[in-house]
Structure formats: structure tokens, C-alpha cells
Design a protein around this ligand. Structure first.
Ligand SMILES: N[C@@H](CCC(=O)N[C@@H](CS)C(=O)NCC(=O)O)C(=O)O
Length: 216
């Protein structure tokens, strides 16, 4: 069976689980021994990051690489379009999520506790997140007309980041503006059972994580 190293609040692990669920795969999820980044875990996964996949003798520790690998190994249902240009568009969407949107959320993770909250950082990151949502909204019409209701590798990060943005906005009082086109896109993604199932499991974990930080 596939083995995934993960911790409960991991954003990228939740992104990966949408793919696992959509493809009807079974997996065994385990905590990284010693915690991620630890020397003990680095004996297994040299880079020390999560999520990591072990499939037989193969070890992969990057969500994009894992997703592409699983999509090729288990092609049904396909999560990349058959058209070359559309596949590139789906990959572009995924990279936008991972390299442009998520890094703006990540800057707030260490600043949820009242002791480390930073109103100036909140304002900066709120503006940065709103700017990224506007940018992605501009490319969404092309994505919707290209793939319709197909769930692609490029889509899996956004419902998960939405959970984080909502939780952080609630805890830090940020005024997030979701462009209508983005709201419609997310609503369409929520029609997929894999997305619904993952969000039902993941949202309480993030609510608990934020509540524990806010109480610290
Ligand atoms: N681009 C990576 C990001 C994964 C990531 O940032 N994981 C975090 C935890 S959610 C982590 O392992 N951070 C520690 C590190 O990178 O050393 C991926 O898609 O897998």
C-alpha cells in the first residue's frame, strides 16, 4: 500500500489527499518519526519535508512530483487533460497555487498566537493574498472553458488554501475579497466527492490548529 508521511495540519498533504480520494486509492498515513525536519526523519526522507510518498522502493518528497507520478501510475480517472496545451495550463494553475498564493499564507503561520501577532504583517499579507486572488481570477475563465468540471492536478490546492485563508482571516481580522469568478470556481470544485470528503475531514483540523495557537 502507498505510505504517506504527513502531519494533520499539513496543507500540501491535504492537497495530495484530494488526488488520492479522487482516484479511489488506499494509503497509509504516518507521522514523520521525530517530526518533519528531524534527523531521525531525514534518515528516511533526506530533505526532511512532508508530504513524502513511499511506494515500494520509490521515495518522493514533493507534492507535484507525487501527483504527476500517481496520475501516470493510476490513470483513471485522468487528472490532466489529453490536450498538450491544456495540460500545461493545468500545471500552470498548480504552480501558481504552490509558488504564488500559498507562500503568502505561510508567512502568517507563525503569527497566529496573540504573542506573535503582528498587525503590520497582517495588513501586508491581507493585501498580498487579495492581490493573488485577483491574479488567479484573471486566468480562471480560460481554465473553466478548457476543462469544464474535470478535477485536475491544478485544482487540488485551492480548496485547501481557501480553508486556511478563511481560518486565518477569522483569527487575524483580515478582510479578504474573494472575486466572484473565484467563488464560482471553488463552488464547482466542491461538487467533487473527493473535495467534499477531504474538506469535511480537514476543516476541523485547521479550526483546532488556529484555536490552539490563538489560545497560546
Ligand atoms: N513544495 C513542497 C512544499 C511542502 C512543504 O512546504 N511542506 C512543509 C510542511 S507543510 C515542510 O515540510 N516544511 C519543512 C521543510 O520544507 O523543510 C511540496 O509541494 O511538497
Amino acid at each position: 500500500m502507498l505510505k504517506i508521511y504527513s502531519i494533520p495540519p499539513s496543507l500540501y498533504s491535504a492537497k495530495l489527499r484530494i488526488l488520492l480520494r479522487h482516484k479511489g486509492l488506499e494509503w497509509n498515513e504516518v507521522l514523520p518519526p521525530g517530526g518533519y525536519g528531524s534527523d531521525e526523519y531525514k534518515q528516511i526522507v533526506p530533505t526532511g519535508n512532508i508530504p513524502a510518498l513511499v511506494d515500494g522502493s520509490l521515495l518522493l518528497a514533493d507534492t507535484e512530483a507525487i501527483a504527476e507520478y500517481l496520475n501516470e501510475k493510476y490513470p483513471d480517472p485522468p487528472m490532466l487533460p489529453s490536450d498538450l496545451a491544456q495540460r500545461a495550463q493545468a500545471r500552470q494553475l498548480s504552480r501558481f497555487h504552490d509558488t504564488r498564493l500559498e507562500p503568502e499564507l505561510r508567512k502568517l503561520f507563525a503569527h497566529v498566537s496573540p504573542e506573535t501577532q503582528d498587525p503590520a504583517l497582517n495588513a501586508t499579507q491581507c493585501a498580498a493574498i487579495n492581490a493573488k486572488l485577483v491574479q488567479i481570477a484573471a486566468v480562471l475563465p480560460a481554465r473553466v472553458s478548457a476543462f469544464g468540471s474535470m478535477l485536475t492536478l491544478g485544482d487540488c490546492g485551492f480548496p485547501i488554501s481557501q480553508v486556511w485563508i478563511d481560518a486565518l482571516a477569522g483569527a487575524l481580522g483580515m478582510d479578504i475579497h474573494w472575486p466572484n469568478v473565484f467563488k464560482d470556481y471553488l463552488s464547482a470544485l466542491h461538487e467533487h466527492v473527493a473535495v467534499q470528503t477531504e474538506l469535511a475531514d480537514y476543516r476541523p483540523k485547521i479550526a483546532d490548529w488556529v484555536a490552539s495557537k490563538a489560545a497560546a
